[in-house]
Design a protein around this ligand. Structure first.
Ligand code: GLY
Length: 455
């Protein structure tokens, strides 16, 4: 049956339907986080709280153009914890969780009200109401205007469940400023009722260490896209090019596959630039005989990959480059083979360094090659490239970490780093980034099959 609407009505309907799509990743290549997954995450956080109230602020819109008619944020990105618990990309919003002493668990969301005049410029936004409730699985979605008053009433009102555990708030740099201010208000205004303040950030970080199915789906896709970019970049590398041209190929592959942004500034460094750990200027030439490091990560649906490969600009490693490369690769494999539940990153680091020391031979004389391994072996991976979570936590199934040994010899213009993304499983590990060529033969074969002018 065909239903006819007046033009105005159909526009209004389209705007209403689009609003949620635009602010919950529903229309994005990654898709929305299922509401039941969000409910499970919030339930787990409240379980860990025991009893108490948690207040989380979203990210705020920035503006790259201070004098324009409205803020223009070239790349708004939601606060990680807020996205993890709500799936929403709406700025200037609040999430309140109440874990009652009686075991009751409540979540409330405060979203800015829609502004039709502004939406002429910005497009439809998600506001308080049933659509937001459907996307998040939170029944009560209220206007954020005057959220402080609303939260106060919610937390201290006579109809709120009793809670004695205190207020849970995130601390430290990078937290939304408004969040600390609001919580300070909440705490200090209630002079008649002493409140303990707990670190919500640590609690959520430990939970985020173990990826659920939706997180792993996003992470696997980010990693597959990044492996594809590594292959295309290796195929394109040849003397006479510039680092920024390789970076452009990499980031084109990211966007072509639906990645929304880079997870961190792409590191593409040839020659002596390969020895600067976080070189991200990409301005140098690709000279014959040099190595090029490509340390890159696509961000897909708020999760980032992090894969590093090292390739010879001329398509073949020199004897010296090959020997050093093989040593780094074998060191990495020794560490990967040691990943299993119960071990720690500290232990993996020891294993890698011992391996490197024992197998250096005369490659780095005087001394052994550990003197040129000048950074840590691993970091957590997830919504941030150096993801949250206590680095002393024993590995458990569902955690994802990088393993990335490297050697840096600026005097020889040699920087080598090999980095893979590892999922801890029940029996050991899975190398999620295995689609990016890693062996000398595989890299040389890919490069020789792809370029005529290099040879
Ligand atoms: N791959 C970037 C980093 O580990 O810092």
């Amino acid at each position: 049956m065909r239903v006819e609407f007046s033009h105005g009505y159909s526009v209004l309907l389209a705007v209403v339907c689009l609003a949620g799509v635009l602010e919950a990743q529903a229309g994005s290549p990654a898709g929305a986080v299922p509401p039941e997954t969000l409910q499970a995450r919030r339930a787990k956080v409240m379980e860990a709280m025991g009893t108490g109230v948690a207040v989380l602020g979203s990210a705020a819109v920035r503006s790259i153009e201070p004098h324009g008619p409205h803020p223009q944020d070239s790349d708004f990105r939601q606060d990680n914890d807020f996205f993890y618990l709500t799936g929403l990309e709406t700025p200037d919003s609040w999430l309140v969780l109440i874990a009652g002493e009686d075991g009751s668990r409540e979540a409330r969301l405060f979203l800015p009200e829609r502004d039709t005049a502004r939406e002429r410029w910005t497009g439809p936004k998600l506001g308080p109401g049933p659509e937001a409730a459907g996307l998040t699985g939170i029944d009560t979605v209220l206007p954020a205007n005057g959220a402080e008053w609303g939260i106060n009433r919610l937390v201290f009102g006579s109809r709120s469940p009793a809670w004695t555990g205190g207020v849970f708030v995130r601390r430290g740099p990078g937290r939304p400023e408004a969040e600390s201010e609001l919580v300070r208000e909440l705490v200090f205004r209630r002079t008649g009722r002493p409140l303990t303040v707990h670190d919500l950030g640590h609690l959520i970080a430990q939970q985020r260490l173990i990826k659920d199915d939706d997180e792993l789906r996003r992470l696997r896709r980010a990693i597959d896209i990044t492996a594809e970019a590594q292959r295309e970049a290796m195929a394109a590398v040849q003397p006479g090019m510039w680092e920024y041209q390789i970076e452009a190929i990499i980031e084109y592959v990211f966007r072509r596959n639906g990645a929304e942004r880079v997870g961190f500034p792409s590191i593409v460094g040839a020659g002596v630039n390969s020895t600067t750990l976080h070189y991200d200027e990409s301005r140098g030439p690709l000279d014959a005989g040099d190595l090029i490091i490509m340390d890159i990560g696509a961000e897909f649906g708020y999760y980032t990959a992090d894969i590093t490969r090292t390739a010879p600009v001329s398509g073949r490693f020199s004897e010296r480059q090959r020997e050093l490369y093989q040593l780094v690769l074998a060191t990495q494999q020794a560490a990967i083979d040691s990943v299993y539940p119960g071990t720690t990153m500290g232990r993996l680091n020891q294993i890698a360094r011992s391996y490197l020391q024992e197998h250096s031979g005369d490659l780095c004389e005087p001394g052994d090659c550990t003197q040129y391994f000048v950074h840590g072996l691993s970091h957590w991976l997830g919504m941030d490239v150096h993801d949250v979570g206590d680095y002393r936590t024993p590995l458990a199934p569902g955690m994802v970490l990088t393993i990335e040994p490297g050697l840096y010899l600026p005097a020889e213009r040699i920087g080598i780093r090999i980095e893979d993304d590892i999922l801890v499983t029940e029996n050991g590990s899975e190398v999620l980034s295995r689609m990016a060529p890693r062996d000398v033969d595989a890299i040389e074969a890919l490069m020789s099959s792809s370029s005529t002018s290099r040879n």
